[in-house]
Design a protein around this ligand. Structure first.
Ligand code: GLU
Length: 395
């Protein structure tokens, strides 16, 4: 009956990250010892002080619809967070809380992009950006980068990609999947180009802000000439180990925030009230409280880089943030491994799943067909087992 479905859904690709995670889960349920390194999901428990805030909220009978754009006191905590961590001044009417940063991004794209307008995506980019743009009937336009520039684009590349149809650019630092982090001066150089195009908006996805191993995080909206046309997206999932709680938010010009609230009011309403109460505890706490997770990710990063560098055919940059490595595996493309011809990075990811029983994600979905993404948000024991298995499977 799928021909009765809309073209919209028939043409929509499935999320590659979620599809791989589902496939790994299914194989596991069938008794296969799969090591899942596909999903960007911290393997820590949500810290107790956040869980306790949720339990209190249940006991205090938080059970009614919440305001569509989020509780007033949560929005104030978000304003305080933006000031404390990013030196950004947002007022309450510039904040919208959503069901995960994914919904925050979808809201922004829906309210800004008209059919036929271009949205620039800096490749490699997170898999859902292009699908979200396509759903809004916009054109996702890739600006490519690769390992030779540490997966970053130059101002000239940005300039060359802009046309009179360009409406929005989505930037993401620390980056999923490459782990690259733009410095303040690199962002200022990109902003210089955008200053000549006042009709282009910027969505800055900063969800990995705290998963950062050295280069100071810099918010694009901090550049004075960009503040009025930048939408800063963030959320609780990654830094606070709260992926399933689904809390994302934006800081944006108030007219954009208002439009996102209108959009959300017709689709999901206010996000889960218990998760919102817990989010206040998370955001009000000192960032020191989550540092133990960042330190553990840092040491896993060292481990996985060292192990992957010992495998012939894997070439990788040193990620400065997030919890992924994104090796270039073009060495294997065109080769035959155990009788199977590897034509692209999807073939390679499937090969690893079937022969090493390790779930990764193919770079195709991120706009980088020579790479695969491996998440190190997993225990060291699993990282060691997984990379040993990969080594054996490709040797
Ligand atoms: N953002 C995470 C990832 O890239 C979670 C899965 C998803 O929503 O794509 O793995």
């Amino acid at each position: 009956m799928s021909n009765n479905l809309s073209n919209r859904i028939n043409n929509l690709p499935v999320s590659a990250t979620l599809a791989m995670a589902a496939k790994a889960r299914e194989l596991k349920e069938n008794g296969v010892d799969i090591i899942g390194l596909s999903l960007g999901e911290p393997d820590f428990n949500t810290p107790d002080f956040i869980k306790n805030a949720a339990i209190e909220a249940i006991n205090e009978n938080y059970n009614s619809y919440s305001p569509v754009d989020g509780y007033v006191d949560l929005k104030q905590s978000i304003c305080n967070k933006f000031k404390r961590d990013n030196e950004l001044d947002y007022k309450s009417d510039q904040i919208v809380v959503s069901t995960g940063a994914k919904q925050s991004i979808a809201n922004v794209v829906q309210v800004l992009v008209n059919p036929g307008e271009d949205v620039l995506l800096v490749a490699p980019y997170w898999v859902s950006y292009s699908a979200i743009v396509t759903l809004a009937e916009g054109n996702p336009i890739e600006i490519r980068s690769d390992i030779s520039t540490d997966f970053k684009i130059t101002p000239q590349q940005l300039e060359n990609s802009i046309t009179n149809k360009t409406k929005l650019i989505i930037i993401n630092s620390p980056n999923n999947p490459s782990g690259s982090v733009y410095s303040e001066s690199e962002y200022v150089a990109l902003a210089k180009v955008l200053e000549n195009y006042p009709d282009i908006y910027i969505l800055s996805d900063e969800i990995y802000e705290h998963i950062n191993y050295g280069v100071a995080h810099f918010s694009f909206a901090k550049i004075p000439s960009m503040y009025d046309r930048t939408i800063t997206v963030n959320g609780l999932a990654k830094a606070f180990a709260m992926t399933g709680w689904r809390i994302g938010y934006i800081g944006a010009p108030s007219w954009i925030a208002k439009a996102c609230t209108k959009m959300q009011g017709q689709i999901t309403s206010g996000t889960n009230c218990i998760a919102q109460r817990a989010a206040i505890a998370a955001l009000d706490a000192s960032v020191d409280k989550i540092q133990y997770m960042i330190e553990e990710f840092r040491s896993r990063r060292t481990l996985i880089i060292k192990m992957l560098n010992e495998i012939e055919g894997f070439s990788l940059n040193k990620p400065k943030g997030a919890f992924y490595v994104f090796p270039d595996i073009s060495y294997f493309i065109g080769k035959t491994l155990k009788g199977k011809k590897i034509n692209n990075s999807s073939d390679f990811a499937i090969y690893l799943l079937e022969n090493a029983h390790v779930a990764t994600v193919s770079g195709d979905a991120f706009g980088a067909p020579n790479n695969i993404r491996i998440s190190y948000a997993a225990s060291k024991e699993n990282i060691v087992r997984a990379i040993q298995r990969i080594k054996e499977a490709v040797s």
